[in-house]
Design a protein around this ligand. Structure first.
Ligand SMILES: [Zn+2]
Length: 429
C-alpha cells in the first residue's frame, strides 16, 4: 500500500497504527528470510517472524547496533541481491570500516517521497530553488536532498560542501530561496558573506534547512537573524535511510518522524528498557518499508524525547526533540556527567559571546581537568574577568560543575568547520 502525504501525516493515530502493524510484519519476515544476521538473532532467542504481530511486539527483539554493521561489513546486512541494488552509500565511522548501506529502486522512491514531504511541510514549492551545501558522494546528505528536491520540482544548485565564496556568489547571483547545510556551516557562510561585502539578510533566502549536527535554540535564532530566514531542523542517519527520517514543520516545535516508514522507540541507554512516554532516552528506529537494508530496532545513540500530541500544524505524526546529545558523547569529569550541548546552551545565553566554543579534557595525575574556550563577539568591549566569572558561575549553577579554565578569545580564533561536522570536544585523556 502506498500512502500519500495527505493521509498519512494526519491520520488518526489508531489508523496509523494499523499501517505500521502491517508493515512491521512484512519487514520482520523480509529480514528473517533474507538476512542471515537476523535469522541467527531470532533463532538464538527462539522468536519467529510470526511472533511479531505488530509494533507492540518489537520489544521481543534484540537491538541492531553499529557494531553489527561493522561485523557484517560490507554487505552482510543486505536483504536483496546486488542486481536489485541501484545505489550504495556509506557512513564514515570515527574508527574502522564505514557502514555500507544500499537502496533498491523502490527504496530511492521512498527516500524522495519523505524528503519532498519535509520540503512541502515548510512551505517550499516547485517555484523554489535549493542550494545543496551537503557533500555529494558516499555521504547520504548530498544525494538525499538532491533527489528529494528534484522530485518535487525545485531548481537544485548542487554546490556540495566547501568553496564558500562560490556558495555566497551562487546564493546572491541566482537569488536562491532555500539552502541545506550543517548549522555551524550556516554561521560560517554568513561570516564569509559579510567579509565579501554582502549582508546575508539581504539575500533572497527564505528557508535554511539544517541538520547532521546538534544545534541549540540560540544558534538557530542566530542563523534566522543573520539570514532573515526561517531555519528548520531535519534528522536522519544513513543506516536508516539518510536525511528524511524526521523534519520540523513551520511550528518549529519538534521534528515530525515519518512514522509510516520509520518506527521510533525510546529506551534507557543503560538498561535497554523502553522509557515512559515523554521521557528522554536513546532513540531506536525500525525501518518499515526498506527492501535492500531492512533494519530492526537500530540503536541510534542519539538522545531525544518523543511528543505524541497532535501538532499545531494538524499533523498527527510523532515529533522528536532536537537531539540533546549522543549516548556515547557523555562527558564524565570528576564524577559529574553532562553533554556538550548542555555547556553550549549555557554559553549561548551570553550575548557577549559568539556561538563558537571548544572543550578540552585533560588528565593531570589522576585528576580530570576541563578547559572551556569561548569566542567573543566583534563588539565586545566589557570586562573579560567579569564575563569569565559570570560564565563560570552560570555553568556551576546549571551543571553543578565549573571548568578549570575559561578562556575568552577574539572573534574567528576558534577553528571553523568548512565542511561536515564540527568538533567541539577534544579529549586528550
Ligand atoms: Zn507540525
Amino acid at each position: 500500500m502506498r500512502t500519500s502525504d495527505v493521509d498519512v501525516t494526519r491520520l488518526p493515530r489508531d489508523e496509523l497504527r494499523e499501517v505500521q502493524d502491517e508493515r512491521v510484519r512484512n519487514v520482520v519476515r523480509h529480514a528473517y528470510e533474507n538476512v542471515a544476521f537476523y535469522r541467527e538473532q531470532f533463532d538464538d532467542i527462539g522468536v519467529e517472524p510470526g511472533d511479531i504481530e505488530g509494533v507492540e511486539d518489537l520489544s521481543k527483539l534484540p537491538f541492531t547496533t553499529k557494531e553489527d554493521f561493522r561485523d557484517e561489513y560490507p554487505t552482510g546486512m543486505f536483504a536483496v541481491d546486488m542486481d536489485e541494488v541501484v545505489r550504495i552509500h556509506a557512513s564514515s565511522g570515527t574508527t574502522g570500516k564505514p557502514k555500507i548501506v544500499g537502496y533498491t529502486r523502490d527504496d530511492l522512491d521512498v527516500w524522495r517521497e519523505v524528503m519532498a514531504r519535509g520540503f512541502r511541510g515548510v512551505g517550499l514549492t516547485s517555484d523554489d530553488s535549493l542550494q545543496n551545501a551537503y557533500s555529494y558522494g558516499l555521504f547520504t546528505g548530498g544525494f538525499g536532498f538532491h533527489d528529494g528536491a528534484t522530485a518535487m520540482g525545485m531548481a537544485v544548485v548542487p554546490t556540495g560542501g566547501g568553496n564558500t565564496q562560490r556558495q555566497v556568489e551562487m546564493l546572491a547571483d541566482l537569488g536562491v530561496t532555500a539552502i541545506c547545510l550543517t548549522p555551524s556551516y550556516a554561521l560560517y557562510l554568513a561570516e564569509v558573506a559579510e567579509d565579501m561585502g554582502y549582508d546575508p539578510a539581504d539575500l533572497e533566502l527564505s528557508t535554511v534547512l539544517f541538520g547532521a549536527e546538534p544545534c541549540t535554540e540560540p544558534m538557530r535564532n542566530e542563523i534566522e537573524e543573520r539570514f532573515d530566514a526561517t531555519a528548520v531542523e531535519n534528522y536522519g542517519l544513513s543506516e536508516i535511510i539518510g536525511p528524511g527520517v524526521a523534519v520540523e514543520c513551520l511550528e518549529q516545535d519538534g521534528m515530525h518522524i515519518w512514522e509510516d516508514h520509520f518506527y521510533p522507540e525510546v529506551i534507557n541507554p543503560e538498561t535497554g528498557e523502553l522509557v515512559g512516554e515523554g521521557e528522554e532516552g536513546e532513540l531506536v528506529l525500525t525501518t518499515l518499508t526498506k527492501q535492500a537494508l531492512p533494519v530492526l530496532r537500530y540503536r541510534t545513540g542519539d538522545l531525544t524525547t518523543l511528543n505524541y500530541d497532535t501538532c499545531e500544524c494538524g499533523r498527527t505524526s510523532v515529533r522528536m526533540d532536537s537531539v540533546t546529545g549522543r549516548a556515547d558523547d557523555l562527558i564524565i569529569v570528576r564524577g559529574v556527567n553532562f553533554y556538550p550541548s548542555e555547556v553550549e546552551s549555557v554559553v549561548l545565553e551570553f550575548d557577549e559571546v559568539a556561538p563558537h566554543y571548544r572543550i578540552d579534557l585533560r588528565r593531570e595525575g589522576t585528576l580530570d581537568k576541563l578547559d572551556l574556550t569561548v569566542e567573543l563577539t566583534e563588539d565586545f568591549d566589557g570586562s573579560r574577568d567579569d564575563l569569565e566569572s559570570r560564565i563560570r558561575k552560570r555553568l556551576s549553577n546549571v551543571l553543578s560543575f565549573s571548568p578549570d579554565d575559561v578562556t575568552l578569545v577574539e572573534p574567528g580564533e576558534i577553528e571553523r568547520t568548512k565542511v561536515g561536522k564540527v568538533q567541539r570536544v577534544y579529549d586528550h585523556r
